[in-house]
Every structure is written in structure tokens, then in C-alpha cells.
Design a binder for this molecule. Structure first.
Ligand SMILES: [Fe+2]
Length: 266
């Protein structure tokens, strides 16, 4: 969702100030390069000052393990019959065609050993082509598309593959600091074998000029880890006269798992 909770102080920061802090943190990360560091930093930093609107709300304590069996008693449940295959097409939810670049986003969900994660729920939400969400807290002056809600879901198949047909989202302003813009992205939520393994993350598009400026993307300090959030344009995924195509694989566990956003969302 969009994040308009930045304080007026935070909104007073300029992009130049935020970019300078991003660069200082990146330099410090490179200075501490392996072997001193214990391998690659694969996850976003929760305490990341350039991400102004997270300063007062990010967790400061280690998470506590909850009793997974207890959670299963009240967590939502779903089965194969609950997810209609048509829900994977975000372009057919209304009477007309949504505006924007129609595209297919597909990939495989894998565990740390490269095995497919089968029949698992994948949910996405995103802004429309103009960068606008259907959400009461997104009031920035870009058009709502009456033919696009921006929410879909599907189950992975026996090969661990998911596939969505949707519209390429636009970048949007988010008030983290003055003139702050998010790179275009799609939010993903995945469940592993249990609801307690839920993972929430974001997929980006290759070559986005906003990458270097974005404190959420840059909160993952390692370039290799950041790269794992960026989809690949794949001409084999395109459909003639119909849509472009992007491929993005998601690894749930292991050393090369996809960075997740446990607490951050924008
Ligand atoms: Fe977003």
C-alpha cells in the first residue's frame, strides 16, 4: 500500500539529502566487505534512516516465535476450490479494458534446494498504470482506472509455477521525503507449506531509473540481494499482439532466498 504516514519533518528532507545518506550507508557496507562480514546481507535493514516513514515504526526487538499450531487454529484457510483460475488475470475484473501496458508476470516458487513449491497461494497487489492504488490513503492526483482494481491471486502448479496477467504499474509519490517516488513494483505475498511461513515482498522492473533514489529498495544493502527482486524481460513469455512478458522466480529459503519485507510496506 502507499505510505503517507511520513511526518512533516521527514517530508522536509530533500531527495539529495536522502540520496547522500543512502550512499554513505552503501559505502560503509562495501567497506565492511567480506571476509569481515559474515557473507552477503540478504534482507532489508529494518533500521534504515533514509526510509524516514519507518523510523518510528520499525521493530526494535527480535521477533518472538509464536506457537505455529495455535496460529493454525485461527489463521485463514483456503483450498483448491477457493481460488478461481480467473483471479490470476487482473485485466478482466471489470467491464472494460484497463489502461496501460498489458503484461504477463510468471515464474517459479522454489525452496532453498531448488524444489518447486507446489499448489501454494500467491497473492499480488499493485498500483495502476498511472501509479494510483484503489485505497483511501492514496489520494495523489493520478487517475483511478475504473477497469483496474490491482489485486489478484493464484496457486502455483505442480512445477511451482505462478502466472498473472496484469498491467504494468506506474511509479508513485509516497511522501517519505520531498519529491519521493517509488520505482514501479508489484507486491507479492506467498505462503509456504503453512500460513506461518508467509512472506511478503516486492517485484521490480529492470532498469528502473528510480532504483538509486528509493530508500525501500536500497534498504537491502547488497546489490546481489537487490537484484533478486528485479524481474527479467522474457520475450518467450510475451503473447503476440497481446502482452509483454516478465519472469521472476522466488526462493523461499536458503542462502539465495528472495528478500522479504517483514515490516515495511509502501
Ligand atoms: Fe506499493
Amino acid at each position: 500500500m502507499t505510505d503517507n504516514r511520513a511526518s512533516s519533518d521527514a517530508a522536509a528532507s530533500t531527495q539529495a539529502e536522502v540520496s547522500e545518506e543512502i550512499q554513505q550507508i552503501a559505502k560503509a557496507y562495501e567497506r565492511d566487505a567480506a571476509p569481515e562480514r559474515d557473507g552477503e546481507e540478504t534482507q532489508p535493514r529494518l533500521d534504515y534512516p533514509p526510509y524516514r516513514s519507518s523510523v518510528l515504526r520499525h521493530p526494535t526487538k527480535d521477533p518472538h516465535h509464536a506457537d505455529p499450531e495455535g496460529i493454525e487454529l485461527w489463521a485463514p484457510a483456503f483450498g483448491h476450490q477457493d481460488v478461481d483460475p480467473l483471479e490470476a488475470d487482473l485485466t478482466i475484473q471489470h467491464r472494460g479494458e484497463p489502461v496501460g501496458e498489458r503484461m504477463v508476470v510468471t515464474g517459479r516458487v522454489l525452496d532453498g534446494d531448488g524444489r518447486p513449491v507446489r499448489h501454494q497461494l500467491v497473492e499480488i497487489w499493485q498500483a495502476n498504470a498511472g501509479g494510483r492504488y484503489i485505497h483511501k490513503r492514496d489520494q495523489h492526483p493520478a487517475a483511478i482506472d475504473p477497469n483496474f482494481t490491482g489485486v489478484g491471486r493464484c496457486l502455483t502448479d505442480a512445477d511451482g509455477t505462478y502466472s498473472f496477467t496484469t498491467i504494468k504499474p506506474g511509479p508513485y509519490p509516497w511522501k517519505n521525503h520531498r519529491n519521493a517516488w517509488r520505482p514501479a513494483h508489484i507486491h507479492f505475498s506467498l505462503f509456504g507449506t503453512e500460513f506461518t511461513q508467509r512472506m511478503v515482498t516486492q517485484m521490480y522492473f529492470p532498469g528502473d531509473p528510480l532504483f538509486a533514489l528509493d530508500p525501500i529498495y536500497q534498504a537491502i544493502t547488497d546489490q546481489r540481494a537487490r537484484d533478486r527482486l528485479v524481474a527479467t524481460y522474457d520475450h518467450d513469455v510475451t503473447r503476440p499482439e497481446w502482452s509483454t512478458g516478465y519472469r521472476w522466480d522466488i526462493v523461499l529459503t536458503g542462502a539465495h532466498h528472495t528478500p522479504r519485507e517483514d515490516e515495511v510496506e509502501a
